[in-house]
Design a protein around this ligand. Structure first.
Ligand SMILES: Nc1ncnc2c1ncn2[C@@H]1O[C@H](COP(=O)(O)OP(=O)(O)OP(=O)(O)O)[C@@H](O)[C@H]1O
Ligand SMILES: [Mg+2]
Length: 232
């Protein structure tokens, strides 16, 4: 299997604050991987380093085998890595459909089109012309996922997609994540909800203090252990 995303001993900073310390991870085509860890360990900073928001000052990041000289959001998107950001990032002045179309800026063609996103999330079709930020939290999350898929990515990174959502919505999203992965898209699911991780991911990385402290296959026993020591 070819490697889609590789972090090799990444050191990343916000100004003088050194957040990621030799952070390494690897995701192959079609894989379903979880990144877990308590608040503030540096999960989002991994995403921010890939996007060039946090600065990469040691180690390397490669997408599909090509090293990123200068990480930028459009570079990642163009190479097939889409991000569903923590907090969702819905643009307030744009309608649901306009928010979806933003996802096409990467210029990648493929399975995902506006009608196919509406098949996946029928509620978005009903609300196509309302402002994106008028949706409920769960619907905004669906919109953020739809927008990411519109770039026809090889890998979708989901940063705590179920934070603050009702269990019934979390269940719906778990089904959606599995449907998307079944179509061959790799997932990096950043989560603290380990029962969701168990339903979606096949492999995990656990982080503490800006580095990986454990990794392996996902199963009920391992998730139980991690719940005690890594997340809670
Ligand atoms: N823009 C920023 N400038 C300076 N420090 C930051 C910035 N963003 C995050 N940090 C710090 O970097 C560290 C890692 O934060 P990060 O957001 O990556 O954690 P996280 O694992 O995503 O946490 P959470 O689960 O709460 O989202 C924290 O100590 C945080 O305070
Ligand atoms: Mg975060």
């Amino acid at each position: 299997m070819s490697t889609l995303l590789k972090f090799e001993r990444v050191n990343a900073f916000y100004g003088a604050a050194h957040i990621l310390h030799d952070m390494s991870l690897e995701i192959a085509a079609g894989e379903r991987v979880a990144l877990i860890g308590r608040n503030g360990v540096g999960k989002t900073t991994c995403v921010n380093t890939l996007l060039g928001v946090a600065s990469l000052r040691g180690g390397s990041i490669a997408i599909g085998g090509s090293g990123l000289k200068k990480p930028r959001p459009y570079v990642a998107a163009g190479l097939g890595v889409a991000v569903v950001p923590q907090g969702r990032g819905i643009v307030a002045n744009l309608s649901v459909e306009e928010n979806l179309i933003l996802g096409t800026a990467a210029g990648r063609k493929g399975h995902w089109t506006v009608p196919r996103i509406y098949e996946l999330f029928p509620i978005l079709r009903e609300r196509a012309h309302t402002p994106g930020t008028a949706l409920s939290g769960g619907q905004q999350q669906m919109l953020a996922i739809g927008r990411a898929l519109m770039s026809n990515p090889a890998l979708v990174i989901l940063d705590e997609p179920t934070e603050g959502l009702a269990p019934v919505i979390v269940d719906q999203l778990a089904t959606i994540f599995n449907q998307v992965a079944d179509l061959g898209t790799a997932l990096l699911l950043i989560e603290q909800n380990l029962s969701l991780v168990e339903r979606v991911a096949h492999r995990y990385y656990a982080m503490a203090k800006g580095a990986v402290i454990g990794q392996g296959p996902v199963n009920a026993a391992v998730m139980h252990e991690l719940k005690e020591h890594v997340v809670a």
